[in-house]
Design a protein around this ligand. Structure first.
Ligand SMILES: Cc1ncc(C[n+]2csc(CCOP(=O)(O)OP(=O)(O)O)c2C)c(N)n1
Ligand SMILES: [Mg+2]
Length: 299
């Protein structure tokens, strides 16, 4: 798992990796490779996945009605409390409630939407109270307790399949100790002491480690060994990923729309013209197929 993630991160931090399924349709860092479980790709605009999840759950409901032989399934939809500030969240919860869709909405309330603290996002009782407002069974859980989250998620799945399906909302309470991203310096908008306090007082990783140590499942030696092995695995994955070629140039344009738009065709042509006019300016050897990789089709 670590290897796959490191590989995806390295390839996609520069461009969609060669062989990626996303082509030009997503921001590079979004993980989209080889989705083997029924997993939807990540998209950048906040909250778009929430109505999509309600729709997918409605489809599962209809599927189950048409074919009772199929194993009953639910949709699990993850988002942050900031995403719950979008209109899409409300539309999704309401349609899921009124259509009784088997979907578990899992909101991680970590106190911040980048620099906006929850105090500036809502005046009600968090996200949970909204579920109740839509007539949805709602569970609030300590999001820093891995076992509680697991238990609640299992129970929510069971409930979501009751009586032909219904939505459930989980609000997992946590705190974002890290910056939002590598381009964020969170100490510009929150006190260092607030973060240090949370790290010391209620860190989910430390809590799990302590529990495992108490059960005799973990110790300092195992910790050291795991850290060193994971570090090695990640470095190997990075080295392997860096050897991989970048996607062919055409991938910048394809898969945005079903067919290449007239504008995209024009842009591809223009890029080709620039590459031919200034061959010394661009190193195309790192892209699959080099200059030929700009051709519209792979043939
Ligand atoms: C529609 C939209 N507006 C703004 C952004 C920029 N943006 C990216 S992440 C983010 C904060 C998300 O906060 P939250 O949902 O709480 O998730 P967290 O990162 O805290 O897990 C914002 C505002 C965006 N991606 N999409
Ligand atoms: Mg948040």
């Amino acid at each position: 798992m670590v290897k796959i993630m490191a590989r995806a991160a390295t390839c996609q931090s520069t461009t969609a990796a060669a062989g990626s399924t996303s082509s030009g349709s997503l921001v590079p860092v979004k993980r989209t490779r080889k989705l083997t479980v029924s997993q939807h790709t990540i998209s950048s605009p906040l909250a778009t996945q929430i109505p999509q999840a309600a729709g997918a759950a409605y489809a599962l409901k209809i599927q189950a009605l048409q074919n009772p032989q199929v194993d009953p399934r639910i949709v699990a939809c993850y988002f942050g409390e900031g995403a719950a500030s979008e209109g899409d969240f409300h539309a999704a919860l309401n349609i899921a409630a009124t259509r009784s869709c088997p979907v578990v909405f899992i909101c991680r309330n970590n106190g911040y939407a980048i620099s906006t603290p929850t105090l500036e996002q809502y005046r009600g009782d968090g996200i949970a109270s909204r579920g109740i407002g839509y007539g949805i069974d709602t569970i609030r859980v300590d999001g820093n307790d891995i076992f509680a989250v697991r238990e609640v998620t299992k129970e929510a799945r069971r409930m979501a399949l009751e009586n032909g399906g219904k939505p459930v909302l989980i609000e997992a309470m946590s705190y974002r100790v890290s910056h939002h991203s590598t381009s964020d310096d969170s100490f510009a908008y929150r006190a260092r002491i607030e973060v240090e306090d949370w790290k010391r007082r209620d860190n989910p990783i430390t809590r799990l480690r302590k529990w495992m140590e108490h059960q005799g499942l973990w110790d300092e030696e195992k910790e050291k060994e795991a850290r060193s092995q994971i570090r090695k695995d990640i470095l190997t994955a990075f080295a392997d990923a860096e050897k991989e070629k970048k996607s062919p140039l055409r991938d910048m344009f394809t898969d945005v729309y079903e067919d290449l738009s007239e504008e995209s065709q024009g842009q591809m042509k223009e890029l080709g013209r620039l590459l031919d006019e200034y061959p010394g300016e661009y190193d195309l050897s790192e892209f699959e197929g080099g200059r030929k990789g700009l051709k519209e089709s792979k043939e």
